[in-house]
Write a protein that binds this ligand. Structure first.
Ligand code: MRU
Length: 338
């Protein structure tokens, strides 16, 4: 499954805000619509955001063609669209990575070829992550996930969930504990939906239940995705990932983080430099439309946190497995040919 597709000069994407109740595809004809869809989380998940932005640039180029813009006028038009897409969400580096890949294209045809290639590459890389990650899964294992790093978040299989799909395909029995992932509930709404569709046994838990399940011996492996990984291996991912990693270390469990090459930001030395998106207080102070705290109460809503490299047991990438997690191993694995 893919959460977005190019169809007759338009970009179509699943409206992930409506899942699991409704599976609705929406259409974007303009780059600015794509920017809005990324910002309001119609499409989300680091690799999927990058792909949407790449297709957004194709739409911008089509618009420029439609207005017969040439030379500087065309360049200015495309730069404006690029800036709008880049300003949507600051943490997932895949967005900026994809836009940089598009910068070299001369025309709409080239841009479309690049966007489609990024899409295919991402799906293939997901499969590689899944194959390597499935080797970590043994019969009877309990596995904890946080947020949604499945097909919905990528160009194909997912990152954090890909090992589960491959292990399930191979007939290995295991059980997944799905963190609901407050405040946007990507675990409850999206990960649980993907696992249910695949027929993978799973149990939804509130985020604050995971450490106690670890203490009871029900979880052996924690598996998440990432939004940006710094050169030293520090990982930015959905808020709450750091807490999972701290609890996993206390209980001596494997903390595996899965991400493609496009999620690594080797220009950033450590997690301290990763920009963390702050979202609306309403996501915390309200349950849907209903306010759940006094009117005078304010809320703090960072969308991501940073897990230090020393709490990550291994990184599953489309270039291979990185363990131990340090700058030297990251550089060695990411720069070797696939
Ligand atoms: O705010 P979101 O839903 O875009 O956050 C998504 C995550 O944190 C995912 O774990 C991450 O992007 C990896 S997706 C393969």
């Amino acid at each position: 499954m893919t959460p977005l597709e190019w169809h007759h000069d338009e970009l179509r994407m699943i409206d992930q805000r409506l899942l699991p109740t409704e599976l609705i595809w929406v259409t974007c004809n303009h780059a600015s619509e794509v920017a809005t869809r990324i910002r309001n989380m119609t499409i989300r998940g680091a690799p999927a955001i990058g792909l949407a932005a790449a297709y957004g640039m194709v739409l911008a180029s089509q618009e420029a063609d439609g207005q017969s813009l040439k030379g500087d006028a065309r360049r200015v038009f495309l730069q404006k669209a690029r800036a709008e897409l880049a300003a949507t969400r600051p943490t997932a580096v895949n967005l900026f990575w994809a836009l940089e890949r598009c910068d070299v294209a001369a025309d709409t045809g080239e841009l479309l070829a690049i966007a489609k290639q990024l899409h295919v590459d991402d799906a293939q890389g997901n499969r590689r992550i899944g194959e390597d990650g499935a080797a970590l899964i043994t019969p009877g294992m309990g596995i904890l996930t946080h947020c949604n790093a499945g097909a919905l978040a990528t160009g194909g299989w997912g990152t954090g969930l890909a090992p589960l799909f491959v292990a399930h395909e191979r007939g290995i029995p295991f059980h997944v504990f799905v963190d609901e992932t407050r405040p946007r509930l990507q675990g409850a709404r999206l990960t649980a939906w993907e696992l249910a569709r695949a027929g993978i046994p799973h149990t939804l838990i509130c985020d604050n239940m995971a450490p106690s399940l670890m203490r009871e011996g029900k979880i052996q492996l924690c598996l998440t995705g990432a939004d940006r990984i710094a050169a030293n291996g520090d990982v930015a991912n959905k808020i709450g990932t750091y807490g999972v990693a701290v609890a996993a270390r206390h209980h001596q469990l494997v903390m595996a983080v899965a991400a493609p090459r496009s999620t690594f930001d080797l220009r950033i030395a450590s997690g301290t430099d990763i920009p963390i998106e702050q979202r609306s207080q309403d996501e915390v102070t309200r349950w849907g439309v209903e306010r759940i705290c006094p009117d005078a109460t304010t809320a703090f809503n960072p969308s991501f946190d940073v897990t230090p490299a020393q709490l990550v047991s291994l990184l599953l990438t489309d270039c291979g497995v990185i363990s131990p997690v340090n700058e030297e191993r990251i550089t060695a694995v990411l720069t070797r040919s696939r």
